[in-house]
Write a protein of this length. Structure first.
Length: 225
């Protein structure tokens, strides 16, 4: 699970140590520098979500949703803590909103809440729910997946947040996470018009030939005398 810094210089990712503990680390995208550990190792997940547009704050999931200042030796600060699971947070392009997945109503529903404003939220995924939220580059749509369906929700962020009705954008068998945590397994091009999806290998269809009276055919092809 990884994310890019807004300037494209860093990749931020979850790293495992030899004891199976997890941290959030980063490394220069060109591989020119060492891996830098950003959080102390823990046994629970540390799943990077995204950075604010200025690159100063990381939001990530792991037994709640957390904020991590990127400067200095700052400690993660809890943003959402509740008895239900939350994960997969993503900052909007303007940095004023966070989309995330919650299990408050059952398996996987997508919500949006303001940042860093009061603790209010909007359900945007409808009754069917879904996961893997990703914002459009211009911030006017929010995408998520519900089964094999890619869903699109028109959103308005000024002067306040308002979400339209989810609609099916397209449908197909694309790779998704094998775990219950619905982290995005796709992304959107900067033009907002194309998606980058993972396609699983297609098993080739075999062919079975049935030969009747094959022993007589064998004797004809390979005579014994």
């Amino acid at each position: 699970m990884e994310t890019w810094s807004p300037d494209g210089k860093w990749i931020i990712f979850q790293e495992y140590n030899s004891e199976g503990q997890r941290t959030i680390s980063r490394q220069l995208a060109d591989g020119s520098g060492p891996v830098e550990r950003l959080t102390v190792p823990i046994s629970g997940p540390r799943l990077p979500g995204s950075l604010t547009p200025d690159g100063n704050t990381l939001v990530f999931g792991g037994e709640g949703i957390w904020l991590l200042p990127m400067a200095g030796d700052s400690e993660p600060q809890p943003l959402i803590t509740s008895p239900t699971d939350e994960c997969c947070p993503k900052f909007s392009p303007d940095g004023r909103w966070i989309a995330y997945v919650s299990y408050e109503l059952g398996p996987n529903h997508v919500y949006v809440r303001p940042y860093p404003a009061p603790d209010v939220k909007w359900l945007v995924s409808g009754e069917e729910g879904g996961g893997e939220p990703v914002w459009s580059p211009d911030g006017t749509e929010l995408f998520y997946r519900s089964g094999d369906k890619m869903m699109a929700v028109p959103v308005q962020t000024e002067p306040t947040f308002n979400a339209g009705r989810p609609e099916v954008l397209f449908e197909g068998r694309y790779v998704t996470t094998q775990f219950g945590i619905k982290v995005p397994y796709y992304d959107i091009y900067l033009d907002g018009q194309r998606f980058l999806m993972l396609k699983g290998e297609q098993a080739e269809t075999g062919q079975i030939n049935v030969v009747l009276n094959w022993f007589e055919e064998l004797k004809r092809l390979v005579p014994t005398e």
